[in-house]
Design a protein around this ligand. Structure first.
Ligand code: BES
Ligand code: MN
Ligand code: MN
Length: 460
């Protein structure tokens, strides 16, 4: 039975199964959901067993467990390691959702739920693709699954896990579906991801909240100061002002910039989708470049003072902000965090105290578009989309990808099937039924291509 027939026959069950995992609110950031995290890990383990792996287990880490599974058919054949994550982002603000985030529904051929695209839907494509290969006797190689539960909070315990499990995780390539394509009729493959450095800052003024009439004008207001400090982090050209921030940035060659510029991009549609009148960013770079090959600094949240109903005249004691910096190849997240910290402390006026607390970080990643893993994905997508995918660079981060390379010496192939408009991390996250099924159809071709190409390579 060919795969299209198999998918057609089983697609309703595949979607039902996806609904099953989407109903468990596995929010890694929220400790109230610890049990749901464990329930989801169990769910993934059972789903792997049902798909036909030889063994599946729940592996403890210092945080939420990793689900591991494998099917070894012949030790002399290549091994593909599939990575994905079963944790999701918080669903708040709930009132902006049109359905309850953990009660999935289908509307206009799209599955709406938190995690539908990022990453439960995309992860499950791999499990269902394996089921199909096992059932139709077409699995051409060995496969291992490593599905983690802390991706959305920085994969803090995963580095130690892979170091401790090098033998178990031995493979020839890592395959990940946790990124997006340009459009359903414009397939693309991310040939890189950005790194990340995430910090939280606190500015303290007077030791207590003050009457803003009695003291205002004479005592530094930490919120005013924090705003000034943040505003000073970019100059009029959209460049980040932290000294040495750009020192290690890898500049792309003219050829590479030209290659990425071939990816279709419609600025008018982009603005319309986001309901903005204009874009904004670093001078000298296109919108696509600003969101992929260039480093950035963004405030993710800012708070302090009175934010309740009505007005309260208060000069607050403290102000806070969460700040993320997206990094590009060759920048180092720890170094950037140190540069940020030193700079932020140095620009604080004497009237306030400043503290910077690092959160998580991770390094950027690139894969050559000549790598056989990339080529295997390219050819698989070309077959199922009927069009050769264009190479892109992803603006988001999957910190473990750089660690896989460092610790296991393995390249990851980022064969994602989401769309930027799927609203991942936002209210009304969704995933197209078409994309879900297209992924299941494409994955087995990656397996075949990769095995073929590996054979040729070793025969050379
Ligand atoms: N799947 C995303 C990353 C992504 C999305 C890459 C779209 C490329 C295109 C992932 O789940 C994610 O959200 N990563 C976080 C990393 C962080 C929490 C350490 C990110 O990019 O903010
Ligand atoms: Mn993800
Ligand atoms: Mn995510």
């Amino acid at each position: 039975m060919n795969s299209l027939v198999y998918i057609e026959k089983h697609k309703n069950r595949f979607i039902e199964e996806l609904f099953g995992i989407l109903r468990i609110p596995s929010i890694s950031a929220d400790s109230a959901h610890k049990n749901d995290m464990l329930k989801t890990a169990e769910w993934v383990k059972n789903s792997l067993l049902e798909a036909g792996v030889d063994v599946a287990e729940i592996c403890e880490t210092g945080g939420f467990p990793v689900v591991y599974g494998e099917k070894i058919i012949d030790k002399t054949l290549p091994t593909i390691l599939v990575y994905g994550h079963y944790d999701v982002q918080p669903a708040v603000p709930l009132h902006l959702w049109n359905n309850l985030p953990f009660e999935p529904i289908i509307k206009d051929e799209k599955i709406y739920a938190r995690g539908a695209c990022d990453d439960k839907g995309q992860m499950l494509m791999h499990v269902k693709a394996l089921e199909m290969m096992v059932e139709t006797n077409t699995l051409p190689c060995n496969v291992k699954f490593m599905i983690e539960g802390e991706e959305e909070i920085g994969s803090d315990h995963l580095g130690a896990f892979i170091v401790a499990n090098k033998e178990k995780l031995k493979a020839d390539i890592i395959l990940i579906s946790d990124t997006s394509i340009i459009a359903n009729d414009i397939p693309s493959i991310d040939s890189g991801l950005r790194g990340l450095s995430y910090v939280e800052v606190e500015v303290t003024g007077p030791e207590r909240d003050l009457h803003s009439g009695v003291y205002g004008g004479a005592v530094a207001n930490p919120i005013n100061i924090l705003c000034e400090m943040i505003a000073s982090l970019h100059d009029e050209n959209g460049k980040i002002t932290i000294p040495h921030f750009y020192d290690d940035v890898e500049e792309l060659s003219i050829e590479e910039r030209a290659l990425f510029a071939t990816a279709p991009f419609d600025l008018e549609a982009y603005k319309k989708d986001l309901k903005i009148n204009n874009v904004k960013g670093e001078n000298g770079y296109s919108t696509t470049e600003r969101a992929s090959i260039r480093p950035t600094l963004d405030v993710n949240g800012i708070w302090g003072g009175y934010i309740g109903e009505g007005a309260k005249t208060v000069l607050p004691s403290k102000a806070h902000a969460k700040i993320s910096m997206r990094l590009v190849p060759n920048q180092n997240s720890e170094k950037i965090t140190t540069l940020f910290t030193n700079h932020f402390e140095s620009i604080a006026p004497e009237s306030v105290k400043v503290s910077v607390r690092p959160h998580h970080g991770g390094e950027a990643y690139v894969i050559s578009i000549d790598h056989i893993g990339y080529l295997a994905a390219e050819s698989a997508m070309e077959t199922t989309f009927g069009k050769k995918p264009v190479p892109t660079r992803g603006g988001g981060s999957i910190p473990i990808v750089a660690l896989f390379e460092k610790e296991l010496g393995l390249k990851s192939v980022l064969m994602g099937f989401g769309l930027d408009s799927d609203a991942i991390h936002s209210p009304n996250e969704h995933y197209g039924v078409w994309n879900f099924l297209k992924g299941i159809e494409t994955i087995p071709l990656f397996y075949q291509n990769f095995c073929e190409m590996t054979k040729h390579k070793t025969n050379e």
